[in-house]
Design a protein around this ligand. Structure first.
Ligand code: SAM
Length: 226
C-alpha cells in the first residue's frame, strides 16, 4: 500500500499527519447521522448514498490504492461535502483511528472471505475481529452485510447470531432498491445466490461487545514476558 491518505471535502492529507482517532465531526461538521462502508471498492454504494442523503455524513475505508483514488476522484467531481474516504486496512484502522460508538449504519458488502485457516484473522468477521466492527455502531445502529461466499456467509450469520448484543435478521431476497454494489449487481445478474444480513446493535444491551467466541483467544493470549 502507498502512503495511507484521507480525503474529505476537497482536501487530502497523509493519514499519519492527523490525530488518532480521527476528528470526524470536525472534518464533516453538521448534525447528520453517520454511516460507514468498509471495503467500498469503486464506491458505487457509498457515493450514491452520500449524494442521495446530503444531510447524512459518510465515511469509507478502502485498502486498494486504485479504488481509493477512483472513488476520491468521483467524489471530488461530484463535490460531495458529506463524505470522508480513508485509504487503509480496515481492521487496523478500526483498532487505532476510527474511534467507536458513532456510526448509525455500518455497511460491509462482499468482503474478502480469506478461506485459508491461517488467514482467518484478516477477516472482518472472525471471533477476534467482529467486536471492532460492531463497536463502530451506536446502540440501536445497524450493520448491513452481503456475500456470495455461502460458507463465509453461514459463518458470519452464526457469529452475529451468537452475539448477545445483536439482533440478527437474515434478509430473504434482494435489498429494497436492488443491488447496492458492483459486486452485488454482477452476482445477481449471473444468478448467483447472495447471503444478506442485517445485525442491529441492541439499544438495551449491556454494552459488552467482546464476542463470547473471541474471549477464549483473548484470555489464552500469552502474558507479556511469559
Ligand atoms: C470483493 S471487493 C467488494 C467491493 C465492494 N464492496 C462491492 O461489493 O462491489 C472487496 C473490497 O474490499 C477491499 N478490502 C479487502 N480487505 C480490506 C481491508 N482489510 N480493509 C479495507 N478494504 C479491504 C478490497 O480492496 C476490495 O475493494
Amino acid at each position: 500500500m502507498r502512503r495511507p491518505r484521507v480525503w474529505w471535502r476537497g482536501r487530502e492529507s497523509d493519514l499519519r499527519a492527523l490525530p488518532a482517532p480521527l476528528r470526524l465531526a470536525e472534518m464533516l461538521p453538521g448534525g447528520g447521522a453517520w454511516e460507514i462502508e468498509l471495503g467500498f471498492g469503486k464506491g458505487r454504494y457509498l457515493l450514491g448514498r452520500a449524494a442521495s442523503a446530503p444531510q447524512g455524513r459518510f465515511v469509507g475505508v478502502e485498502v486498494a490504492s486504485r479504488y481509493y483514488r477512483l472513488a476520491r476522484d468521483r467524489a471530488r467531481k461530484r463535490e460531495l461535502a458529506n463524505l470522508a474516504l480513508v485509504h487503509g486496512e480496515a481492521v487496523y484502522l478500526m483498532a487505532t483511528t476510527l474511534g467507536a460508538g458513532w456510526a448509525h449504519a455500518v455497511h460491509v458488502y462482499f468482503p474478502d472471505p480469506w478461506p485459508k485457516d491461517r488467514h482467518h484473522k484478516r477477516r472482518l468477521f472472525d471471533p477476534e475481529t467482529v467486536d471492532l466492527v460492531l463497536a463502530l455502531l451506536v446502540p440501536g445502529g445497524r450493520l448491513s452485510f452481503a456475500t456470495d461466499h455461502l460458507e463465509y456467509g453461514g459463518l458470519v450469520r452464526d457469529l452475529l447470531g451468537a452475539h448477545p448484543e445483536v439482533d440478527l435478521e437474515v434478509v430473504d431476497g434482494p435489498w429494497p432498491g436492488g443491488p447496492r454494489t458492483n459486486y452485488e449487481a454482477k452476482f445477481v445478474a449471473a444468478g448467483r445466490p447472495v447471503v444478506r444480513l442485517v445485525a442491529g446493535r441492541r439499544a438495551d444491551g449491556r454494552g459488552e461487545l467482546l464476542h463470547p467466541a473471541g474471549r477464549s483467544a483473548v484470555l489464552a493470549a500469552p502474558r507479556p514476558g511469559s
